[in-house]
Ligand binder design. Structure first.
Ligand SMILES: Nc1ncnc2c1ncn2[C@@H]1O[C@H](COP(=O)(O)OP(=O)(O)OP(=O)(O)O)[C@@H](O)[C@H]1O
Length: 376
């Protein structure tokens, strides 16, 4: 046994001496070139290729890096044994991340890939990065669609992690300190579809409809995409609670549009323009705001009859010009089409009333309202 250890130590001594001689004979540049050559040769014969996604691309932040980070965070906690945890400003959730040098497997379209997270090292050209290992034969097949899928998923996660707000224009024409026409407070309504007392079929229908709406939006990018719901029922029966549950289900903000505060079409246009995509726009008590007695005259689009008629309680007072002072209900219904028709926006309009019997039957047609929900 003693001889074995003596021989091993002698061998190590010889190897060390040989290495020292080699280091003297061959300069570091030659070593580096040899290593590079070996690496290339191995890569050539390997069936995998590796894609590095660095955190910084030149001087800009690489969006793809952030997206991969968020995407992996959605399932890394289930399979990785070492995690990094973060919580950003304005976020209400903890994000799980892959720890340094950790790796995780993923499958997309039946193709297995592996992600590795490399920490940045103190050298100037070494950055934090993710490395995607993918089979060469699969690269062309899925790489583009996989990265698109990751960007999409990351956007959704980002959206879900944000705090939700409820906006109102109840202070009229005044602008807030940032010049915004909407006043906002954090949205903390406790209602969800779990707590909402409602017929289970109706609840399931609403949830399915909302899910289909958002799924449809993803496929219809580039088109205005809106949905219109009419909520009716006696006071205090859960209309506001239903809207809150819808907003929570979709992770949407809520904008409560006070029509009585509007003075002109341009004001309405401005308010609608300042709503964010993925939001619910609520117009309450439409039976009170709309003078329905002359509705039959309205659909003749060339000469729309105003619902804010002079003398009516909600008639607007003021405005820049004659045409600009009146807003017809039909304009209100169709305004958004022109506004968001080219930017792939995603909005839900909810109209509420305690007196559906006062509404014009034409308003209840399916072409006007996508879904009518009785909450009584
Ligand atoms: N279906 C319901 N499920 C759960 N809670 C409800 C329901 N209906 C009413 N509530 C409770 O009653 C209160 C009033 O409900 P909500 O504000 O949603 O009614 P509303 O129909 O919007 O009333 P209004 O027409 O006066 O605005 C809330 O505190 C809510 O929690």
């Amino acid at each position: 046994m003693k001889e074995f250890w003596t021989s091993l130590i002698s061998l190590l001594g010889v190897l060390t001496s040989l290495l020292k001689i080699l280091q003297v004979v061959f300069p570091p540049e030659l070593w580096f070139a040899a290593f590079k050559f070996l690496n290339r040769a191995l890569n050539y014969f390997s069936s995998y290729c590796y894609c590095d996604i660095t955190q910084i691309d030149g001087v800009n932040t690489n969006e793809l890096y952030n997206a991969v980070h968020l995407y992996l965070s959605s399932f890394v906690s289930a399979s990785a044994s070492r995690l990094s945890l973060t919580r950003t400003i304005n976020s209400s959730a903890t994000t799980f991340g892959l720890s340094n040098d950790g790796y995780i497997n993923d499958v997309f379209d039946g193709v297995a890939v592996q992600w590795e997270h490399a920490p940045g090292r103190p050298l100037p050209d070494e950055k934090r990065s993710f490395t995607l290992r993918i089979r060469k034969r699969d690269k062309d097949l899925i790489l583009d669609s996989y990265l698109d899928y990751i960007m999409n998923k990351a956007n959704n996660i980002r959206h879900k992690n944000q705090k939700r707000f409820i906006y109102t224009n109840s202070f009229g024409r005044l602008l807030d300190s940032r010049g915004q026409p909407w006043d906002s407070v954090p949205f903390k309504h406790p209602s969800t579809f779990d707590t909402l007392a409602m017929d289970s079929d109706m609840k399931r229908n609403i949830m399915e409809d909302l899910s289909n709406f958002t799924a449809g939006q993803a496929q219809q990018m580039g088109r205005a995409w809106k949905r219109r719901y009419l909520l009716y029922g006696l006071p205090g029966t859960g209309k506001s609670s239903t809207i809150a549950a819808m907003a929570k289900f979709l992770y949407y903000d809520i904008y409560v549009l006070e029509l009585t505060q509007l003075r002109s079409k341009s004001e309405l246009l401005n308010l609608l323009r300042k709503t964010s995509s993925k939001s619910i726009i609520v117009i309450e008590d439409i039976d009170c705001l709309v003078n329905l007695s002359n509705r039959s005259k309205v659909p003749q689009a060339a000469t729309p009859q105003s619902y804010y008629e002079s003398g009516a309680p909600d008639a607007p007072c003021g405005g820049e010009d004659g045409n600009n002072t009146t807003i017809t209900f039909w304009e209100l219904l169709n305004f958004p089409d022109g506004l968001w028709s080219c930017c792939g926006s995603e909005r839900i309009f909810v109209y509420t009333t305690n007196h559906p019997e006062k509404l014009d039957p034409a308003l209840l047609e399916s072409s006007r309202m996508d879904m009518q929900i009785c909450v009584s």
